[in-house]
Design a binder for this molecule. Structure first.
Ligand code: R5P
Length: 326
């Protein structure tokens, strides 16, 4: 081409996918369908099954040739099953000549395995990143990564969205100005600061010592909670142990028995609900990055993250910045 010829239009460019399609793994098809609906489309057709020996069977039932593909799959329990499904979906798309593959992983499992605590341990967060890249994923979209530095495990672009602005809109009605936003451990401090900024609150931090996989102990409290209503925020509720210790520590320190809990990922493993049903806890607010959750828990409120993810995907397909997403 000489300098006088116009370049290829977006329609003609071999590098710009003309269409996109969203497939859902089995971890959270409801969320995937809600994202697709927000974008005014249906999910792509694909069959996901198990062979008699338990191995994963995938078949895309529509063409993805030269299309941009989004694969929606949270790495929620059973994480290994859901991870292999995501890999198989990506491999199927790559072999079917998809132009670009974006893994939309609302809940990034294994993210807590981001360092070695002792000798002869894996770093599973890094392994997940390596394997996703190896099967041909070009881009990852996720929500409230357990720790921001996990992005550095990937060489491909990672857009780590946050549920904080979205949940803050709801929490504004549930909390009063001057609420103390409590980080139940040092890792949640940044998130607590962000909530406090949006809710006109102040911040307090607990220092947590993990005694076991399910038990934690609070050793220090930094901040003033006496006589105040508190909002405890975290990236996830898994066994509920962290929050149960935080509730006890805050009440012991004289906080008003008017506590709200907000967490992006409600894994809510067996026993979590029992730990969090406490007369001082007015509401537990989560998003739907993880499917299911207890139905018979009136104080549990799930807010869909679909509009946030759909907004991000819309900007990605339009090659726009995500800067104005929130
Ligand atoms: C830990 O650093 C995380 O941010 C959460 O606080 C923790 O993983 C929650 O787990 P659990 O509910 O089992 O205490």
């Amino acid at each position: 081409m000489d300098g006088t010829e116009p370049g290829p239009s977006r329609e003609e460019s071999p590098h710009v996918p003309k269409e996109f399609v969203i497939f859902a793994g089995t971890a959270n098809p409801e969320l995937a369908a809600a994202i697709a609906a927000d974008l005014g489309m249906l999910l792509g057709a694909c069959a996901i099954d198990r062979f008699p020996d338990g191995e994963t069977s995938i078949q895309l039932q529509e063409s993805v040739r030269r299309k941009e593909v989004f694969l929606v799959q949270s790495l929620s329990p059973p994480a290994n099953e859901h991870f292999v499904e995501l890999l198989a979906l990506a491999d199927a798309c790559r072999r079917a000549a998809a132009a670009r593959i974006t893994a939309v992983v609302p809940y990034m499992g294994y993210a807590r395995s981001d360092k070695r605590h002792g000798r002869r341990e894996p770093i599973m967060g890094r392994m997940v990143a390596d394997v996703l890249e190896a099967v041909g994923v070009h881009h990852v979209v996720t929500v409230d990564l357990h720790a921001p530095q996990i992005e550095g495990f990937f060489r491909i672009p990672v857009d780590s969205l946050t549920a904080v602005p979205h949940l803050s809109i709801y929490l504004r009605e549930e909390t009063s100005p001057g609420v103390v936003v409590v980080a139940p451990d040092a890792g949640a401090f940044r998130m607590a600061t962000e909530y406090a900024h949006r809710l006109n609150g102040t911040v307090a931090v607990l220092h947590k010592r993990r005694k076991s996989g399910t038990g934690t102990q609070v050793t220090h409290l930094v901040g003033d909670v006496a006589g105040r209503a508190c909002l405890i925020v975290d990236d996830m509720i898994s066994t509920g142990g962290t929050l149960a210790s935080a509730i006890e520590a805050l009440l012991t320190a004289g906080a008003r028995p008017e506590l709200t809990i907000a967490a992006t990922h409600g894994l809510l493993l067996a026993g979590a609900r029992q730990k969090l049903i406490h007369e001082a806890v007015r509401k537990v607010v989560i998003t739907d990055t993880i499917a299911g959750g207890p139905k018979d828990w009136p104080r549990l409120q799930s807010i869909s993250i679909a509009p946030v993810i759909a907004g991000a995907l819309k900007r990605l397909v339009e090659h726009r910045s995500l800067g104005d997403l929130y």
